[in-house]
Design a protein around this ligand. Sequence first.
Ligand SMILES: Cc1cc2nc3c(=O)[nH]c(=O)nc-3n(C[C@H](O)[C@H](O)[C@H](O)COP(=O)(O)OP(=O)(O)OC[C@H]3O[C@@H](n4cnc5c(N)ncnc54)[C@H](O)[C@@H]3O)c2cc1C
Length: 265
Amino acid sequence: MKPAPFEYHAPTEVAEAVRLLASYGEDARPLAGGQSLVPLLNLRLARPKAIVDLNRIESLAYHRLEGDVLVVGALCRQRDLERDRSVLERCAAVADAVPLIGHLGIRNRGTVVGSLAHADPAAEWPVLAMLFDAILVAVGPGGRREIPAARFFQGAFSTALDPGELLVEARFPLPPPSAGTAFVEVARRHGDFALGAAAAVVDGDDVRLALGGFDSVPLRVAPDPDAAPAAVHPVDDIHAPAAYRRKLAGALAKRALDLARERAR
Ligand SMILES: Cc1cc2nc3c(=O)[nH]c(=O)nc-3n(C[C@H](O)[C@H](O)[C@H](O)COP(=O)(O)OP(=O)(O)OC[C@H]3O[C@@H](n4cnc5c(N)ncnc54)[C@H](O)[C@@H]3O)c2cc1C
């Protein structure tokens, strides 16, 4: 399949990208790694008038640890984090989650921020964003604003971004190194989207649980495996019946919390 015709822009500065996006409004889409957008274009499920390619904006290609905050620019590839020992050693849940995302070639191109912007209910990064209370930084014609993860995900593939707004950075406040963190999921085959996922933090009295793949958005729920099945609202689909997914929520919640507790020092 070939995409419908579109106008193509490759700005080198954020301000130029924002100007272009704002000029097209809902008719333009930013292109990051293209691992979700290009299939949508090729299947003509997305037919934007214009593509604003972010790949030449070098100022967005970074990630760093700022104290306890993992800061990820919009052109940081998922593989960049997977290859950074300082990040993997600092946060076990990230080290658990990233290799579960698709396959190596997908992580080589696909960006962390693109995954957040795409807001697939079964994707790994949105669950981590909910677990760590991430802050998503958007720049639009009206300036810069910070959106907490809890307000960012509004539905399946739907976010709080306004037309013309670009996500430039995601900030993940990590718990202290003494905390235990974990990310677990069940997928039919390695690299498939998860049927369900759970991520946990255990840091003394601060115990957190996030679930993905069960509802249209990732959820923060009470850190109680017995309560997890009632906290999710799955529907029957071609992959699994809702009753299976509810049971899975409880099982994965227990696995994630047990592993995080075991890792806490
Ligand atoms: C075979 C296959 C398997 C996969 N398996 C998984 C998986 O198991 N788990 C998983 O999480 N993902 C999976 N993915 C998706 C992959 O992780 C994508 O890379 C990711 O979802 C999107 O990142 P991207 O950089 O490729 O974004 P793109 O495809 O370029 O963009 C995705 C969407 O986000 C928008 N966007 C991108 N960047 C920005 C920005 N900075 N600001 C605003 N909007 C933006 C685009 O306009 C588009 O609507 C898979 C993909 C494939 C092809």
